[in-house]
Design a protein around this ligand. Structure first.
Ligand SMILES: Cc1cc2nc3c(=O)[nH]c(=O)nc-3n(C[C@H](O)[C@H](O)[C@H](O)COP(=O)(O)O)c2cc1C
Length: 143
């Protein structure tokens, strides 16, 4: 299985999350390719069997909390995902609130089938990567 991991990161923590997910996927015998959402092309999406999208949490702590605007714009530029297995992840500083639900919805709007999600605190950006990799890899075995 080949998995595209596309992320939006400002300070590098979500990039670390993306890299930890890639390592965990490779440990399970699949291939992973890590790119910024900004640099992700339609060809990258077509070439991979599954896609994971990660963002940092952007908001005013209590209000307007969600995926970074740039991440939602990046998902908006992706081609149709036609039932492709997908996963969402984020890093946060205080509380991710419904960031994962919003990211999930943006991918479902593109036609993806979301099979897993993970939010990690910025102090531990690699936490939960193994479980998320497990879900992504299991989606291939199930199909
Ligand atoms: C402008 C700005 C707004 C943020 N708003 C929130 C927020 O509302 N809730 C929260 O939990 N974290 C918030 N954070 C913290 C980031 O989501 C967190 O530090 C994240 O790990 C940064 O990821 P990055 O290093 O990949 O850019 C905010 C950070 C910035 C820079």
């Amino acid at each position: 299985m080949q998995v595209l991991i596309a992320y939006e990161s400002r300070g590098g923590r979500t990039r670390r999350s993306a890299e930890a997910l890639a390592d965990a996927i490779r440990e399970r015998g699949s291939e992973a390719m890590v790119k910024t959402l900004k640099d992700t092309t339609a060809e990258d999406v077509e070439r991979n069997d599954a896609i994971a999208v990660g963002s940092w949490v952007e908001g005013l702590i209590f209000f307007k909390v969600g995926p970074a605007k740039a991440a939602l714009e990046g998902v908006g530029r992706l081609p149709a995902l036609g039932g492709k297995p997908a996963a969402v992840f984020c890093t946060y500083g205080f509380n991710p609130r419904d960031t994962l639900a919003k990211l999930r919805q943006s991918l479902e709007t593109k036609g993806a089938k979301v099979v897993g999600e993970n939010a990690s605190h910025r102090a531990h950006p690699d936490r939960g990567a193994g479980e998320l990799a497990e879900r992504i890899c299991a989606s291939q075995e199930a199909s």
